[in-house]
Design a protein around this ligand. Sequence first.
Ligand code: ITT
Length: 197
Amino acid sequence: MKIKTLVLASSNTHKANEIKMILGSSYQIKTQQEFDVPYVPETGKTFTENAYIKARHLSENISLPVIADDSGLEVSAINNEPGIFSARYAYEGATDGENISKLLRALKNIPASKREAKFICSLAFIDSSTIKKASYFIGEWHGVIVDKKKGLHGFGYDPIFFIPSLKKTAAELTDEVKNKISHRAIAINKLKYYMES
Ligand code: ITT
């Protein structure tokens, strides 16, 4: 089988590693950094708008198919915060720990029974031949937010994102398990199906 090369419009190495694992060995994932293309500000109002902004900017600068992942966490009790601001919730350039602390402060008075949350991944794919037209693939992963961080795998909000059916946080799952069931796995598998059919 011919190996397909995709270029990922992302500066997040955790995302890149997850995407590589989900797509498997029939795909070669290169990153924006390898092409020296500067990153573009995420000025959209939705995950999908931001995914498009990132994918389009990269596709205007290279001649290979590109994908962009815009993702984040929505907690219903606090108006779906942090949403598109997930990476910069505490402040621009905040660490995962600082973002988690801010979220737990915002949820201080919310009881455990009202802490439903979901991760969303919006993926934009632009084929090199269709420059301005993107295809979109969305994945959601449902859980609840817990106060105590648990687990050392994954990244971002994984240590406080608890999956009731597995009785584990996302950070307690192995990479193999997370990459079968996560929001990103769902979106990438939809893209894979689209590219292969
Ligand atoms: P790029 O835009 O360069 O891809 P980024 O990290 O800024 O990198 P986003 O704007 O899409 O990416 O923000 C994603 C944030 O959402 C990420 O930094 C985490 O805080 C959170 N997030 C997304 N997927 C996650 C996951 O699988 N596990 C934990 N947190 C996740």
